[in-house]
Design a protein around this ligand. Sequence first.
Ligand code: MG
Length: 364
Amino acid sequence: MRPLNVVVLGATGSIGRQTLDVIDRNPDRFKLFGLTEGVHTSNREAEYLVRGQAGDPEFDDQVESMVRDARCDLVVVAIPGARALQPTLSALEAGKEVALATKEVLVMAGALVMKAAGARGIRPIDSEHSAIWQCLWGEERKNVRGLVITASGGPFWAHPDLDLDQVTVEQALNHPRWSMGPKVTVDSATLMNKGLEMIEAHHLFGIALEAITVVVHPQSVVHSLVEFVDGSLKAQLGRPDMRLPIAVALAYPDRLPDAVPPTSVAELNGLEFYDLDESRFPSVRLARHAALTGGGHPAVLNAANEEAVKDFLAGEIPFSGVVRTVEAALAAFPGCGDDLDEILAADRWARGYVQDLSGSLRAQ
Ligand code: MG
């Protein structure tokens, strides 16, 4: 069998670089067919090398040709944020397998994306969703009672006396378990990452939002769980290492030998699980509410969060201002339908809303 031709969208980010590592270590199975690079360069050779930013028309045209090329087998989507939506839809419409790291795509337009994926589905790279996916292999959906998504809790969860108005960007970027890009690291600290992941899981696996819970599990060894109607729980465990979910997504339904170092049972002492305090960390509640309301609300949640995280990283708003901004945007949003144009308009509305809000704060 010839190696799979893999396109990596977002090759110079954290997930992109680890994907290239998995490809390099398995040359008999995978060939780097094409890639996109943002600010940094990877010195890679491939059939397609697209440099620049998603949203720039020339970049978008080249990505379009690359993911629709008949020789491309699998597209890894690791461009951060809402800009990954259009290339994901293009790859799916062209009949490609898609391995998705960018949860924002499903948060914004989950119903449209899953419809475009059809029976083929999407291969999740998010570690929690990879865990759930693995637990569901060979299981019938009617036998699933619910999903339990684990959260590390981020850097602030274990410090209940810390004033979240005072924490610094440096503190927020200091994640205790996972090494990730700045956007998802801040999302982990606000717990918005779990709100987004709840909506992501709802679309990926067709499970009702009310049947998905979040528990804090500081060790990040149990990556998530599935509860079945007979009372059984299945979990997937391993070290926190994103190369595992990447390897699972690339090699499905096979498994890559030695994708990561083995997890020894002796390391599993003292696993802890705690309920999430939704009054201190209201992100999951906000996300659930936005997804239940539907229409453009999840897109507003996502876009307002992206903009507010940028403002926080730029030192313009306090840490707790991120979630307050998202809440304000959701409350002000007049609502819309759920076709692609309306969702994209909701995304733009939310970005404008947050920019106006931070502009008026700066003017004070
Ligand atoms: Mg995750």
